[in-house]
Design a protein around this ligand. Structure first.
Ligand code: ZN
Ligand code: ZN
Ligand code: ZN
Ligand code: ZN
Length: 224
């Protein structure tokens, strides 16, 4: 794990209600028991297979737009790129009324749709943020579960990955946005850098707990 190109294939995380730790494959069963039955959708969102993952409870009034905002705020938003859900082959996007969709194989529908209108228990969907340096996520409705007070409640997520500095093996805190090399701050500051940029301070991004780590200008969740 000395470069972002080599992420762990699976990770563990903790239930935010009781603190119990599981791999993603067992977290769903735990959360269903820990939170109990309800009318919220239990969503599982993954990036890179089982490397980055989130379990969410979404109340029945939640729209795809709400989910898009949640994913941007917690995992993705760098510079306001476009995003899209695909459900049963149909794209759902923020619709520009002036856009020409004649070249699309399927015209996109609006993300104003409620999750309960377009997804059911067992449904899967794809999500992409940024059509250039894309971050692609997979989504699944695992079942129903007791809802939190908010439209979307985070139930559990993978713990931060222990990336290692490629120069000294210590904990990495910076990633090169070009070659995905990892460094700790002391090694970086002592000149142990990659050859991607002439300016020594250019191109390094903070190592954050997100499938978008080291991509474009992503620096972690924004406040609000
Ligand atoms: Zn729990
Ligand atoms: Zn960006
Ligand atoms: Zn180091
Ligand atoms: Zn580099």
């Amino acid at each position: 794990m000395h470069t972002l190109m080599d992420p762990p294939s699976k990770t563990t995380g903790s239930c935010l209600k009781c603190g119990a730790t599981y791999a993603n494959s067992h977290m769903g069963t735990h959360l269903a028991r820990c939170h109990g039955a309800g009318d919220a959708l239990h969503l599982v969102i993954t990036g890179g297979g089982n490397t980055w993952w989130m379990h969410l409870a979404a109340r029945p009034t939640t729209t795809l737009r709400d989910l898009d905002h949640h994913l941007r705020a917690t995992w993705l938003e760098c510079c306001g790129h476009l995003s899209s859900f695909t459900i049963n082959g149909v794209p759902y996007e923020e619709i520009d009324p002036d856009a020409d969709f004649s070249w699309y194989s399927a015209a996109p529908r609006s993300v104003a749709a409620r999750l309960t209108k377009v997804l059911a228990v067992g449904s899967t969907f794809d999500y992409v943020y940024d059509f250039g340096s894309s971050t692609e996520l997979d989504g699944r409705v695992r079942g129903t579960i007791a809802a939190g007070k908010r439209k979307i409640t985070l139930l559990a997520q993978n713990a931060p990955i222990a990336w290692a500095c490629a120069a000294c093996g210590g904990p990495a805190t910076r990633a090169c946005g070009c070659c995905q090399a990892l460094r700790c701050a002391p090694c970086c500051d002592q000149g142990q850098r990659c050859d991607c940029f002439d300016d020594a301070d250019e191109g390094w991004l903070p190592v954050v707990n997100s499938p978008r780590v080291g991509v474009c200008g992503y620096e972690g969740p924004h406040a609000g």
